[in-house]
Design a protein around this ligand. Structure first.
Ligand code: HEC
Length: 130
């Protein structure tokens, strides 16, 4: 039994290694928390399903995905933190901006490691789409 578990762990480690080097990470708890923060603070402009409105661009779809692919999670996090919402930038807590980033990444199909998206962590090294 011990040996089987070790083999499974080793195999998982080998497969996951490239994703760990550059991959995005967030938890499902962050995604659901991000969804409610989004509905309260962002949906009025960006739409209830990230589809965009006349007031703000979509935060989903191929244009959004193409724009953010290859950029870092730090780029996305910092943009939201420093500029959104436009009437009160940086007004939310860091944990809320982290949850928003997790929600937007998840909704756009950017899967990641199941570990917290940590604003104090090395988000520069996490490349979206890799
Ligand atoms: C008052 C309307 C408004 C609200 C509320 C708002 N935004 Fe925005 N947002 C905008 C506008 C307008 C832009 C486009 C800015 C530009 O192009 O310079 C934008 C751009 C963005 C972008 C960049 C999109 C891209 O692909 O370039 C992100 C990400 C974003 N907003 C996230 C958020 C989040 C998260 C919230 C909630 C905390 C939020 N916004 C709340 C109006 C709003």
């Amino acid at each position: 039994m011990k040996i089987e578990l070790a083999t499974v762990a080793l195999f998982a480690g080998l497969v996951a290694a490239p994703a760990l080097a550059a991959g995005v990470s967030y938890t499902s708890a962050q995604v659901s928390s991000g969804q409610s923060v989004y509905q309260r603070n962002c949906a009025s402009c960006h739409g209830g399903s990230l589809e965009g409105t006349n007031d703000a661009p979509a935060l989903s779809g191929s244009f959004f995905v193409d724009y953010w692919t290859g950029k870092s999670v730090a780029d996305l996090y910092n943009y939201m933190h420093d500029f959104m919402p436009p009437t009160a930038p940086s007004s939310l807590e860091e944990a809320q901006y982290a949850a928003l980033a997790a929600y937007v990444l998840s909704e756009n199909g950017f899967t990641g490691e199941d570990a917290a998206l940590d604003p104090a962590g090395d988000l520069e090294a996490q490349i979206i789409g890799e």
